[in-house]
Design a binder for this molecule. Structure first.
Ligand code: BES
Ligand code: ZN
Length: 637
């Protein structure tokens, strides 16, 4: 009897391991149900049943094939002990085999891939070992991994070594790590990265260079973080420590300029600690990426990823560093549990960014930035539906990137600024300080914030603020009428001059732009009338040398005006700009403007053909539709 059952067990086991993807209809249905009830619409995981707690990565970086290859070991915790299947997120991963990390002879585990869902990827469903031992997933990434950008050496400034960097937010970690890719789940991680020996490797973890031997790099991240904060960069990087907590990593050609530009970073850390409590992550390093990095910055813990386009030479665009640093409290320490609550990350961070800028660069600069931001918020809301104008966008199941708009950033920021104005700065600072401590290393929803706010700030101040007002901010479109928009006298002076210039009372050379900062130039350009004559454009350019400006923000605004007024003298600069920068915020509006003008379609197409290869897939995804580019035929429709 015993023998028979043993034979049977062996038979079934070998059958199942021979075709690990074959499952019964029952299991499939169970999984479908599991899927219907998943807590995060942007993740397949059922972390309410079993949640991953720790990750050990061991990956080879294969530049020729543009893949990462190796394994991930996952530890997990069972919450619902009746469930034995772990569901992970994956997207275009090649899973090779999965085994239990125990002593059993046949430690192969059964697994299968679920149905592919556009935008989300594929569920990876694994039958767990009964002894709860960690599981080891052998896999490799594929060339189309949406979270990785592989640059050839030609696409770097040093031209000697290729470059790799990841961008995991919002849901791209799953394209290079099989994991529960939801901000509701936090993991600690260790990593071993193997690469040819003459390049540097940096992770969002402790970057200890002494430990790199023969191209084997070891990393540890002891604080639990969500998957979207796991990051890697590999390339020909040099470094310079600029202060106690801060080392800058960059290609040799930009290191010195970056070290000058970001000199205020340590002061920013000190200022934020004074407001919101200790910086809990040890180092705060900056990695300056090649210009194709699609964002301004990304708050990878211990190591923010930064675009080189904010190196202006005068430190005037370093509020972006304040922003990424601020995420060390809002976002990385207290995290939005779902992407629809993105304003908890970005609105809070934009608010703190302004407080840091004020502390480090003074109130004038903060006010000017506030005014520029308010104006673009109002402009951009005109193109948003009423639902999109709400802090929590109620649209379900959309691409999580759609939850990141000027509403989550700037309406969120002005909401918090408004609360501050009502209760007073010191009460609000104390409140936020406690909030970060209370929810530290937790992932929370808007309701959690609102409950805490009500108890600790609204109830004690009912004479000056009430929940009705809070609900208007949270649930109504637009900006509440009881909010007073930011104003600054420095911009009023500019408005007066523009008015006189437009009416012909003031000639271009008499515009008093002495000592204007970047923010004043930006306001000036935005205050100009939409339609300008060629003569006016020429005068502006001759007097202020706009076409030759190297400040990426000023150049962007000028190029936009040049497109809208068909000022051809700026086109060579436009071509150069669009083919050397890949930051979506700077290039997308220019392509949009070109396409709004039928006479400029050819120019747009020529530039895009030339530049597309250098852009990140996050950029091409958006710009392909703007210019009507068809990837299959490699041509423009
Ligand atoms: N976390 C964001 C970048 C991001 C958002 C990546 C959504 C992927 C999905 C980062 O902190 C950020 O907000 N960057 C801004 C900086 C700016 C507002 C100062 C950017 O890249 O422009
Ligand atoms: Zn941010």
């Amino acid at each position: 009897m015993r023998l028979i059952s043993l034979v049977l067990i062996i038979l079934t086991l070998s059958l199942l391991t021979a075709c690990p993807q074959k499952k019964t209809a029952e299991t499939y249905q169970a999984n479908t149900k599991a899927q219907q009830n998943r807590p995060d619409p942007h993740s397949f995981s059922r972390h309410d049943q079993i949640k991953v707690t720790h990750l050990d990565l061991d990956l080879k970086v294969k530049f020729k094939k543009k893949i990462l290859e190796g394994f991930a070991i996952l530890k997990y915790q069972r919450i619902d002990t009746s469930i034995n299947q772990l569901i992970l997120d994956s997207r275009n991963l090649k899973i090779k085999r999965i085994e239990a990390m125990n002593d059993s002879k046949n430690n192969k585990l059964l697994w299968r891939l679920g149905q592919k869902i556009e935008g989300l990827g594929t569920a990876l469903i694994i039958d767990l070992p009964l002894d709860n031992s960690p599981i080891k997933i052998h896999y490799e990434t594929t060339s189309g991994a949406s979270g990785l950008q592989w640059l050839s050496s030609q696409q770097t400034s040093g031209k000697k070594q290729p470059f790799l960097f990841s961008q995991s937010q919002a849901i791209h970690a799953r394209s290079w790590i099989p994991i529960q890719d939801t901000p509701s789940v936090r993991v600690t991680y260790n990593a071993t990265i193997r690469v040819k020996s003459d390049v540097k490797v940096l992770l969002s973890a402790d970057n200890n260079h002494q430990q790199a031997v023969d191209g084997i790099h070891q990393f540890t991240m002891q604080q639990p973080i969500p998957a979207y904060l796991i990051a890697i960069a590999v390339g020909d990087l040099t470094r310079q420590q600029i202060s106690k907590h801060v080392t800058i990593y960059a290609e040799a050609a930009v290191l010195e300029a970056a070290a000058y530009e970001f000199a205020a970073t340590e002061d920013m850390i000190t200022a934020t600690e004074a407001l919101y409590g200790p910086y809990r992550w040890g180092q705060y390093d900056l990695l300056i990426l090649p210009p194709s990095f699609p964002f301004g910055g990304m708050e990878n813990p211990k190591l923010s990823h930064i675009t080189p386009t904010i190196i202006a030479g005068d430190r005037s665009l370093d509020s972006l560093i304040a922003h990424e640093l601020a995420h060390s409290w809002s976002g990385n320490l207290v995290t939005n549990a779902l992407w629809k609550d993105a304003w908890l990350n970005e609105g809070f961070t934009s608010y703190i960014e302004a407080r840091i800028t004020e502390a480090v660069h003074g109130q004038d600069r903060m006010k000017m930035e506030a005014s520029l931001i308010y104006q673009s918020l109002i402009d951009s809301m005109q193109n948003l539906t009423t639902d999109q104008q709400k802090l929590i966008n109620p649209a379900p199941n959309v691409d999580p990137d759609d939850y990141f708009s000027s509403v989550s950033y700037d309406k969120g920021r002005f909401f918090l600024e408004w609360i501050e104005q009502q209760v007073g700065r010191s009460a609000f600072d104390q409140f936020l300080n406690k909030y970060f401590d209370h929810f530290a290393f937790k992932s929370i929803k808007t309701e959690d914030f609102v409950g805490y706010l009500n108890q600790h700030l609204i109830l004690p101040h009912l004479d000056i603020i009430n929940m009705n007002q809070i609900n208007i901010w949270l649930n109504q479109p637009g900006i509440p009428t009881f909010f007073t928009p930011p104003i600054t006298n420095r911009f009023k002076l500019i408005d007066q001059q523009v008015k006189s210039w437009v009416s012909g009372q003031l000639t271009t050379d008499k515009i008093n732009s002495k000592d204007w900062t970047t923010q004043e130039w930006l306001h000036f350009l935005r205050a100009l009338p939409k339609k300008l004559s060629t003569q006016q454009m020429q005068q502006l350019d001759q007097t202020f040398k706009f076409t030759a400006r190297q400040n990426s923000e000023i150049a962007h605004d000028w190029l936009l005006i040049s497109i809208n007024n068909q000022y051809q003298a700026a086109y060579p600069r436009l071509i150069n700009y669009l083919s050397s920068i890949g930051r979506v915020k700077l290039i997308k509006p220019l392509y949009q403007a070109l396409m709004q003008n039928p006479g400029l379609h050819n120019l747009a197409m020529n530039i895009y053909h030339k530049s597309r290869n250098g852009y990140h897939n996050i950029a091409t995804k958006q710009i392909d539709t703007i210019v009507g580019f068809d990837e299959m035929t490699d041509s423009i429709k």
